[in-house]
Design a protein around this ligand. Structure first.
Ligand SMILES: Cc1cc2nc3c(=O)[nH]c(=O)nc-3n(C[C@H](O)[C@H](O)[C@H](O)COP(=O)(O)O)c2cc1C
Length: 192
């Protein structure tokens, strides 16, 4: 049997988060190759109802970034003066995606099958379990995106900080509020 461990280990060892990108575009072919790998991700409960949005429009990317900044600023305004600077600095890491030529965003529709199936006693634990299954499935797809990008000489970063902006991002992406975003993953050639 072909030994794939060595190249996999090399890939895993090489991968690190990339937050600064060159202006060089990423071809549709490369994005397609990444999506082909991501499509093999495992998913919970036999429900591979997730998709991956590829966002290239600089204006859309700028809008998403502005929404994340606005949300972070709204949180800062609620924080005590002692901790506000720490959060503000932390939140600066939520908008690195704005310099990337393409964003890959795994998402799915938030559904509660258990709620519709159970007669009663729909506990918070059951709802959290079902919600977590969706986010974990999206994470699996995200990890596949990171490895596929690395294998193609591209940089990427798994980012959930931007999700702080909540459904404002959905609106910009043309998704209804009941869609769940797994992460915002900028992909591009690493800046020299
Ligand atoms: C769930 C999750 C959320 C993350 N969100 C962000 C983020 O919003 N911004 C960011 O710059 N990095 C984010 N990261 C990347 C981590 O900071 C990074 O993976 C970690 O520091 C380890 O570095 P490495 O990826 O280079 O090995 C996130 C990683 C994970 C797993």
């Amino acid at each position: 049997m072909e030994d794939l461990y060595a190249p996999l280990l090399e890939l895993a060892q090489r991968r690190k988060s990339c937050r600064h990108f060159s202006a060089e575009p990423v071809s549709d072919e490369l994005v397609g190759q990444i999506l082909a790998v991501a499509s093999r991700a495992p998913f919970a409960s036999g429900r591979n109802n997730w998709k991956i949005a590829a966002v290239r429009d600089p204006q859309v990317i700028a809008t998403l970034s502005a929404q994340v900044r606005d949300s972070a600023a709204a949180i800062c305004a609620q924080l005590d003066a002692g901790i506000e600077p720490f959060f503000r600095r932390y939140a600066e890491s939520f908008t690195f995606f704005e310099g990337a030529p393409v964003l890959l965003i795994p998402y799915c529709r938030e559904t509660s099958t258990m709620k519709s199936m159970l007669r009663d006693n729909v506990t918070p634990e059951i709802l959290a379990w079902e919600h977590d299954n969706l986010t974990k499935s999206l994470s699996c797809a995200g990890m596949m995106i990171l490895l596929a990008a690395e294998s193609l000489g591209l940089g990427a970063c798994y980012m959930t900080g931007p999700l702080l902006a909540g459904t404002a991002l959905n609106a910009t992406l043309g998704l209804r509020d009941n869609f769940l975003l797994g992460a915002v993953i900028p992909v591009g050639y690493p800046a020299k």
